[in-house]
Design a protein around this ligand. Structure first.
Ligand code: SAM
Ligand code: SF4
Ligand code: SF4
Length: 351
């Protein structure tokens, strides 16, 4: 049984700050390193081929282990959890985990990021288990571009049905994540905006990032949010909205005609490391303090060796208080370095 004894002394020890004064407020939990897509910008097929060695199930954290760690993170200040992957809906009985996570005292929000293929199948049970909201990744409404961007699967229809079923199940406000690449899918951005304007669904355009080591990222492929904003604003005037909370990654806008909201996540052109309060737990129990981290802290080994809650808390706290990550702010300098260390791949720690 996971322990409930994660009560720690008040003050800084309970709400640790990193070297830049940033608290830990969000935890992204990758529950599955595998995926049923092969998006070239995340898990290119050349690397993630049929004989790629994914984790064995015993290597992934069990639900009990995830819940125990999540409780400890919450006791250190985390208020929001996001379940991600790889593709989280490939993890069997995910709703059970959702139920356990939503029951943790102190959690304000549990959300899920998915490619949407299996959403129709699971939306109702996820909602019943306590999931609040879902974010679906969708890069294009054009079947051929969609196919190319997910690595060759004809699943656009399934994803759109998944979105509709998630809404019907009440997993709202539903957000759509769209990674934009110049000359690949930027022309379709207005179609996506048009399709979801006035529906209550919020489309968020994400600048293409140099995550992992294998997506052949080039700065030229990034469409700065300012440029995309200008294109959309010219068609449907936009008015800026205030941030919902400190550390929010998307810059939000409302359509001036009252047709809802849209967002831009500009981690390349306008890095937001200054108030980044996100920790990440990989499928095999590594703690990563940045999306672009090169090293994680193994929590699985001590967990399985019988560490007490206090010992685990001390490990997490020590790691967080030593955190100095601000990759996006230093991207140009770090990328210019001669010998870059390999970064963690995104399917281990989620977006
Ligand atoms: N499989 C799920 C999905 O696609 O929603 C969850 C995991 S996926 C790694 C999480 C998010 O990261 C997705 O919205 C995806 O589009 C985004 N992502 C992956 N690679 C990216 C990249 N190179 N640049 C920007 N976003 C990326
Ligand atoms: Fe899979 Fe999501 Fe990565 Fe695409 S972005 S390969 S759906 S984990
Ligand atoms: Fe946070 Fe790292 Fe992204 Fe900066 S680059 S916002 S520190 S995850």
């Amino acid at each position: 049984m996971p322990s409930n004894e994660a009560v720690v002394p008040l003050g800084r020890a309970r709400d640790p700050r990193d070297t830049l004064g940033r608290p830990m407020r969000d935890l992204r939990i990758s529950v599955m390193d595998r995926c049923n897509f092969r998006c070239p910008y995340c898990m290119p097929r050349e690397t993630f081929h049929d004989s790629y060695r994914f984790l064995k199930s015993a290597e992934r954290l069990s639900f009990d282990e995830i819940v125990r760690l999540a409780r400890l993170f919450v006791s250190l200040g985390v208020q929001k959890l996001r379940i991600t992957g790889g593709e989280p809906l490939l993890r069997a009985n995910l709703a059970d985990l959702v139920g356990d996570l939503t029951a943790i005292a102190g959690i304000r929000d549990v959300a899920l990021t998915t490619n949407g293929v299996l959403l129709s199948k699971y939306a109702s049970e996820l909602k019943a288990a306590g999931l609040a909201r879902v974010t679906v990744s969708l890069d294009s409404l054009d079947p051929e571009t969609f196919r190319r961007l997910c690595g060759g699967f004809d699943e656009l229809g399934a994803v759109l049905e998944g979105i509709a079923d998630a809404e019907r199940a009440g997993l709202v406000p539903l957000k759509i994540n769209t990674v934009i690449q110049r000359g690949v899918n930027d022309e379709g951005a207005l179609d996506l905006a048009a399709r979801f304007r006035g529906t209550g669904i919020v489309v968020r355009f994400i600048e293409y990032m140099d995550v992992g080591n294998r997506n052949q990222w080039q700065q030229e492929l990034v469409v700065p949010s300012a440029e995309l904003h200008a294109r959309i604003h010219a068609r449907w005037p936009l008015v800026p909205l205030d941030r919902n909370y400190v550390g929010e990654v998307a810059t939000r806008y409302a359509y001036a005609d009252g047709s809802g909201e849209i967002g831009f996540i500009s981690s390349v052109s306008q890095p937001f490391c200054g108030d980044c309060s996100r920790a990440r737990l990989s499928s095999d129990g590594g703690l990563y303090t940045c999306l672009f981290a090169t090293h994680g802290l193994d929590l699985r080994a001590p967990l399985r060796a019988g560490a007490s809650d206090e010992e685990l808390l001390s490990l997490i706290r020590t790691r967080w208080t030593a955190r100095a990550d601000r990759y996006s702010e230093l991207r140009a300098t770090l990328r210019a370095g001669v010998a870059q260390e390999p970064k963690i791949e995104m399917n281990y720690i989620g977006g």
